[in-house]
Design a protein around this ligand. Structure first.
Ligand code: UP5
Ligand code: MG
Length: 282
């Protein structure tokens, strides 16, 4: 079988060799060794291009879609915003959480330990409501009783005035803004026009626990909204209107959560650790 194949191929091989010798001697083609060298070079560079392409495919994806780009832009805008007070002039921490979660109680501890000024939006509104010279007294009273959010211009003006006063009187520039912003428009306007927050301290607490605390406090607080009917409305407003604010700041990684269904001192341990970690204890 092999002998037969050799017999058949011999004339063909002979012809090829003869043709090759003739072409070379006529000076029309390079010597066979050069052809092998060229062939190896071509195959080698082809292999290199293939390998480079496959390496490129293994690289992590760097391109982003238009949608991802828009999301990133929004996120950075929120993260690096500038307000009327520069971020080196004041430190603002928003304190949010459901009614009765313990915001006011813990703010008092931070004031004692870390020298912050505590500005409760609810307290400022209640003071304004009692001010006989204010034209907003009646309006504020009805909003609070109904557990609704007072128009932002009133609350922001009160907060801004209190901040300026604290800076002028005490020279303190660290602020706990408690119970604010509890609506998206407030969050955006305050950060655009007053100051950008360092972060939001968010008090997580089950409704049943908050209800029990508020009904207990209602026995002596004198607050017009510490009754079962108003509390129910406050809970609904918190879920529907204020939780989106927390989620908004979460998109910029600016929320620190505290679990509040614990004794006051245990809750404060969490709060204290956060302020130390954030470098706001000095
Ligand atoms: N308590 C606290 N912590 C406890 C713990 N760990 N264990 C056991 N008991 C604890 O605490 C509430 C009660 O619980 C106290 O008796 C305390 O001893 C006990 P507190 O620290 O007062 O809770 P806080 O979260 O501050 O509850 P508050 O009632 O103040 O919350 P709200 O957010 O509802 O009230 P705020 O005053 O901020 O707002 C009132 C209204 O003002 C709003 O409903 C709204 O109508 C209006 N408002 C606006 O319109 N715009 C704003 O920007 C802000 C307010
Ligand atoms: Mg309070």
């Amino acid at each position: 079988m092999f002998a037969l194949r050799r017999q058949l191929l011999r004339p063909a091989r002979g012809t090829l060799n003869a043709l090759s010798r003739r072409a070379y001697s006529a000076g029309r083609q390079e010597p066979p060794k050069m052809r092998y060298f060229a062939l190896v070079a071509v195959l080698g560079s082809g292999a290199f291009v293939l390998a480079a392409n496959s390496l490129d495919r293994k690289k992590p994806k760097t391109e982003i879609t238009e949608e991802e780009y828009e999301r990133e832009k929004q996120r950075n805008k929120l993260k690096y915003k500038q307000g009327a007070f520069g971020s080196d002039e004041v430190s603002v921490v928003f304190v949010l959480g459901g009614p009765g979660a313990g915001k006011g109680t813990q703010c008092a501890n931070i004031v004692n330990d870390f020298g912050f000024v505590h500005l409760s939006a609810g307290d400022l509104l209640r003071e304004e409501q009692k001010n006989p010279d204010s034209k907003y007294g009646e309006l504020i009273a009805s909003y609070i009783r109904e557990g609704k959010i007072v128009p932002q211009e009133i609350t922001i003006a009160l907060l801004q005035k209190a901040m300026k006063q604290a800076i002028a009187d005490k020279g303190i520039t660290k602020f706990l803004v408690d119970g604010f912003p509890r609506k998206m428009d407030q969050a955006i306007k305050f950060e655009d026009e007053v100051a950008v927050s360092k972060f939001t301290l968010f008090f997580e607490c089950p409704e049943q626990v908050m209800l029990k605390r508020l009904l207990e406090r209602g026995k002596s607080s004198g607050r017009t909204d510490d009754n079962a009917e108003s509390i129910k409305k406050r809970f609904r407003t918190f879920e529907e209107t204020s939780m989106p604010v927390v989620k908004y700041f979460e998109t910029a990684d600016k929320v620190e959560k505290v679990h509040c269904d614990q004794p006051k001192d245990k809750v404060y341990q969490q709060v204290r650790d956060i302020f130390i970690r954030k470098g706001l204890d000095k």
